[in-house]
Design a binder for this molecule. Structure first.
Ligand code: SAH
Length: 246
C-alpha cells in the first residue's frame, strides 16, 4: 500500500515537473519571438523607411539583441524610436542614429574601427557584425566593466575595450580605417585625426554640451588633406575629459 502511494506521488511529481519545464520553455520562446518581431519592425519602419540601404547595416541591426544592452525594466522599450538611459547619466543612442552613423563610416569586413564612448556596448556590437576588428574606449569605469562582461557573454570575439579617455584614441592600435565618436565634443580631438588612416572617415558630433550639435563626417584624403561635411543636427551626451586616464 505504502509503495503504491510512493509511486503515485512520484508520478504526480514528474507530471508537474514536465508541465513546469514546458511552460518555462514556451515562455522563453515567446520572449525570443517577441523581440525578434520588435527588431524586424524597428528595422523596417525606423531604419529602412528613412533611407538606410547598406545591407550589412540592416543585417546587423536585425540581429543584435538591443534589449540585452539596457536594464531588464526597459526591455519592453528597447526597440522604440528613441534613446534610452543606461545609468551614470549616459544613454544608448536611438536605433536610427546608430544605423545612420554606421552607414556613414562605409566600412566592410576588412575594416578596423575605433569607437569613442562604449556606453552600453550596443554600437560596438553592431560594428562587430560588419567589420574585422572593433576597438572601443569608455571613460566611466562601471560602464566599461558592464559592457565588457556583456559583450563577452554574447560571444563577441572581435571587440577590444579599454577604460580610458577616448580623446586620446587608441595609439597602439592606430591607424584606423574609421572612427566613430558617440559623445559630443566642442572640437574634433587632434589625436583622433592623427589616428585616422589616409582614405579613412570619422563620424563625430561636434557642439556644446546638451545643445544642438552637428554630426560631422571627417575625411582624410589620400594626400593627408582633411575635409569636413555637416550631415545632421543631433544631441549627444558630452565627451568628458580625464587627463589621469590616458
Ligand atoms: N555608443 C554607446 C552610447 C554612448 S553614450 C552605446 O551604443 O550605448 C556616450 C558614452 O561616451 C558614455 O558612456 C560616456 O561615458 C562616454 N564618454 C564620454 N566622454 C568620454 C571620453 N572622453 N572617452 C571615452 N568615453 C567617453
Amino acid at each position: 500500500m505504502k509503495a503504491n502511494i510512493f509511486i503515485y506521488r512520484c508520478r504526480v511529481f514528474i507530471l508537474l515537473l514536465t508541465l513546469f519545464v514546458f511552460l518555462y520553455d514556451s515562455n522563453l520562446s515567446a520572449d525570443v519571438d517577441r523581440y525578434t518581431m520588435a527588431r524586424d519592425e524597428m528595422v523596417q519602419y525606423q531604419i529602412r523607411k528613412r533611407g538606410i540601404k547598406d545591407q550589412n547595416v540592416l543585417r546587423a541591426m536585425s540581429s543584435v539583441p538591443r534589449h540585452e544592452f539596457v536594464r531588464k525594466g526597459l526591455w519592453k522599450n528597447a526597440y522604440e524610436d528613441r534613446p534610452l538611459p543606461i545609468g551614470y547619466g549616459q544613454t544608448i543612442s536611438q536605433p536610427y542614429i546608430v544605423a545612420y552613423m554606421t552607414e556613414l563610416l562605409g566600412v566592410d569586413q576588412e575594416s578596423r574601427v575605433l569607437e569613442v564612448g562604449t556606453g552600453s556596448g550596443y554600437q560596438a556590437a553592431i560594428l562587430a557584425g560588419i567589420v574585422k576588428e572593433v576597438y572601443t574606449v569608455e571613460i566611466v569605469a562601471p560602464l566599461y566593466q558592464r559592457s565588457q562582461t556583456l559583450l563577452e557573454r554574447l560571444g563577441y570575439k572581435n571587440i577590444q575595450i579599454k577604460n580610458a579617455d577616448g580623446y586620446f584614441g587608441w595609439e597602439s592600435q592606430a591607424p584606423f580605417d574609421a572612427i566613430i565618436v558617440t559623445c559630443a565634443s566642442d572640437f574634433i580631438p587632434p589625436p583622433l585625426i592623427k589616428q585616422l588612416k589616409k582614405g579613412g572617415v570619422m563620424c563625430i558630433p561636434v557642439g556644446p554640451p546638451f545643445k544642438i550639435q552637428h554630426l560631422i563626417l571627417v575625411k582624410k584624403e589620400m594626400n593627408g588633406e582633411i575635409t569636413t561635411q555637416i550631415m545632421a543636427s543631433v544631441r549627444f551626451v558630452p565627451l568628458v575629459r580625464d587627463s589621469q586616464k590616458q
